[in-house]
Write a protein that binds this ligand. Sequence first.
Ligand code: GLC
Length: 418
Amino acid sequence: MRANRRTAVKEGKEYQYTIPSPTHYPFQWFWDSCFHAVILTRLGELEAAGKELESLLTWQSKSGFIPHVIFWDRSKVNRSPSFWHWRQSTAALSFLPFSPKPKITAEIQPPVIAFAVERVFEQTQDRAWLKRLLPKLTSYYDWLQRVRDPDRDHLISIITGFESGIDQSPAYDQALGIKPDRQGDAAFVFKRSHHIPLINKLLCYHPLLIKNFAPFFVEDVLVNSIYAQGLASLARLAAICKETSTAERLTAKASRVTEALIAKCWDEDVGLFWNLDGPRERHAKVKTILSLMPLILPNLPKAHVTRLAEHLTNPEEFALPHPIPSVAGNEPSFTPDISVEFHNERPLWRGTTWVNINWFLVHGLRQHGYGKLAQKIATKTVDLVTRHGFREYFNPITGEPGTLSARNFSWSALAIDL
Ligand code: GLC
């Protein structure tokens, strides 16, 4: 964590953040930073944990939006030939020599921030810090509701796969028009996912235009589970700051999101949650880890928890030798390792095991009384990291990270919080 720590200056003030990996990710990413704050808290580095989150918040816009990547060190931007920095930002003409270069993206990532702030506060009990952060957090979650829920069904939408953090997951193949016969074609999958930000840019990131005219508009189960969890954290933080009416409003909102997930995304026949695709809200029926994410919600009814746990213990699906695969083992798109690179980029989340998802689901299972299953997954996760180091992802069948998995990957240190 210390080796990946960076400092930067904005408007004369110094900020600290942690890069996800020196080999692949030299900037600050939103949900990574939230995980880093949890890890730093666990390590007793409380000041660093607080600063990690403050440097994210310093890029919050007046509307409440917080970007998913901050390019603190612009000198590292030019290395990527896929121009994703430009595609995923508002700066339309920045490739011209004298126009301003983007410092941030125009996309979000799963809203883990209120949960991370709560974890830091639990240790520091620093009320002054919390009071400073609370209005910013409230404005962020209000932005998500106001801007990203145009149909007002309580579920927020994402406008690219990059916004869920599980970028090229096959859960988005339907939206991207990727047919099963092209699912193994890494370059094709990668190119498809990179078209979308360009379309959003042309539509000026306007949610209603995107909803009606762009191919990618998804009410995502992973994002909304984390959204509901974050709203509940934020409600508790508001109560600590004696903001009673805000706390009540947010608690009610968290329940509405959970209810909407159950009403609209649950498939009783299969026993999983599906994403809602496009304005017609078609279920995207691909078994991936996002279908299991409502397990992180404490008020998920027992009946749903039982059905989800069945998938986690099924050796054909998610109970592979090194769980939890990001895609069920018996899906046609399941790819246990990544062997092809395309302009230094890799199609991620199509089968490999990731420590952050295990961390979410281990804690989720424990709170629902599945301590034994949780412990089994936790032990296997720690074993992967102990054996191979803090790698970005692992092959769920062999446990090997594979040659293309980023090294010294910060969030894999969540293994200490299992
Ligand atoms: C990859 C992951 C994304 C993460 C980023 C930085 O793009 O898919 O979730 O935030 O790397 O680690």
